[in-house]
Design a protein around this ligand. Structure first.
Ligand code: NDP
Length: 447
């Protein structure tokens, strides 16, 4: 995406001030590439340097996380929390535990989160955090000791009115439990609203585990509806096999579509008859196993190592694993095989080349900051329930989620039309998110 010359200076500063952070640059570039038309309509935003301020996190915290493994050996990891923007509410965004985590990754995620949270229309700012800790192969005891050490530093920066983390890659219900337990122990406060994704018996909300995958699928359904069709009868591919992917597959199946492939970081499985979700859940959720185990139980399925999951023909693609997993070459392959919609379940899984290829080919393309916002929106619903000491039914919460996703879809669609880019959800999401954050910042004075 090309950046308007009025924004080139902003871009130069971002690149020189944040060296060696390509993912952060990529996320900023995508937004700067969309928002030039806003400056014509709202010159006050340029005058108040809203864009420059939005690109600079309010606070960045980096800390040591020492812990002891099962062999009695001391391990040291690095923890991060980037509190990006609090114009709309307390910082809100997940924690990622993965060896690839570094400051640039956390900043890209926090930047995206700020716009995503704005799109939900909920009172939440943007933040993100995590660690380069690799949970794979670690025992329960090791995971607990790591989480306790991580929270022993992080707790001082959190609070239901300050900063409210949640899960992300490598951080699910188990980790949230250990983190919340340590927060409670240190502060002597049962402050449910300080973290989301909690277990249902200790302050969590129904639908939170399903929310991101369900939400992305609701978004896909809305995009297809605009084009006069639906998921019913469509063949789909969903990458990943974690929290987002599993519940995207579940909702696609409920809406009449058929998911024929999913993956992990080792390879992908193809099951032409449709992924058997009970089997996948047993392997991934109950046993914390690998997708390759699926083919041991389903004779008709195959496991492929090497190659790309995006070579599997489909009409709807939902990349739901990690950033930059779908390249320009993958996009060509999907387009040649007749894809009509691509919906990002993960954050920034499509490279800029892939996004351009989809837009040029007229494929309906939903950026993650819009399509995967159902997770954080349901986290905000969890905060509402915690604040009122209430708990809602599954049906009620799912209905709220569906309405929120419809609202985000419509806001992106209508904003894109208003700013002269009909059908371009990237432009629509970036402008709608940017306007909400920057107008709040303007109202709050020079912050
Ligand atoms: P999980 O940890 O539950 O699952 C991640 C999945 O992605 C696993 O199957 C994992 O495979 C795969 N994966 C991770 N890294 C890579 C890699 N480098 N290459 C290929 N596959 C990889 O995470 P989530 O499902 O929670 O998150 C997935 C994406 O969705 C992330 O981008 C996250 O930021 C985004 N997201 C998540 C939300 C949530 O509510 N959980 C909310 C909004 C966005 P393996 O086990 O082999 O590592």
């Amino acid at each position: 995406m090309t950046i308007d010359e009025r924004l080139e200076q902003v871009w130069d500063v971002v690149v020189s001030r944040n060296p060696g952070e390509p993912e952060f640059h990529q996320a900023v570039q995508e937004v700067l590439g969309s928002i030039a038309p806003v400056l014509e309509k709202h010159p006050e935003l340029a005058a108040h340097k809203s864009i420059e301020r939005i690109c600079e996190p309010e606070r960045q915290i980096i800390f040591r996380v020492p812990w002891m493994d099962d062999r009695g050996e001391i391990q040291i990891n690095r923890g991060f929390r980037v509190e990006f923007n609090s114009a709309l509410g307390p910082y809100k965004g997940g924690l990622r535990f993965h060896p690839s985590v570094n400051l640039g990754i956390v900043k890209f995620l926090g930047f995206e989160q700020t716009f995503k949270n704005a799109l939900t229309q909920m009172p939440i700012g943007g933040g993100k955090g995590g660690s380069d800790f690799d949970p794979k192969g670690r025992s329960d005891g090791e995971i607990m000791r790591f989480c306790q050490s991580f929270m022993t530093e992080l707790y001082r920066h959190l609070g239901e009115y300050t900063d409210v983390p949640a899960g992300d890659i490598g951080v699910g219900g188990r980790e949230i439990g250990y983190l919340f337990g340590q927060y409670k122990r240190i502060t002597n406060r049962y402050e449910s609203g300080v973290i989301t994704g909690k277990g249902i018996t200790w302050g969590g909300a129904l639908v939170r585990p399903e929310a991101t995958g369900y939400g992305a699928t609701f978004f896909a359904e809305e995009m297809l509806r605009v084009r006069g069709t639906s998921l019913d009868g469509k063949t789909c591919v969903v990458s990943g096999s974690g929290n987002v992917a599993i519940y995207a597959i579940e909702k696609v199946h409920q809406l009449g579509g058929k998911v024929v492939a999913c993956s992990d970081s080792v390879g992908y499985i193809v099951d032409e008859g449709g992924i058997d979700l009970d089997t996948l859940k047993e392997i991934k959720l109950d046993a914390r196993g690998r997708v390759s185990e699926y083919v041991e139980r389903r004779q008709a399925a195959k496991f492929v190592v090497g190659g790309s999951i995006w070579d599997v023909p489909c009409q709807v693609a939902m990349p739901s694993a990690t950033q930059n997993e779908l390249t320009g070459a993958d996009a060509k392959s999907l387009i040649n095989n007749g894809v009509i919609a691509v919906v990002e379940g993960a954050n920034m899984p499509a490279t800029p080349e892939a996004v351009s290829a989809f837009l040029d080919a007229g494929v309906a393309f939903a950026p993650g900051k819009a399509a995967n916002a159902g997770g954080v929106a349901t986290s905000a619903l969890e905060m509402q329930q915690n604040a009122s000491r209430d708990s809602w039914t599954f049906e009620h919460t799912e209905q709220r989620l569906a309405q929120i996703m419809e609202g985000i879809h419509d806001a992106c669609f209508e904003t894109a039309e208003e700013y002269g880019a009909p059908g371009n959800y990237v432009v629509g999401a970036n402008i709608a998110g940017f306007l909400r954050v920057s107008q709040a910042m303007l109202a709050l004075g020079l912050i």
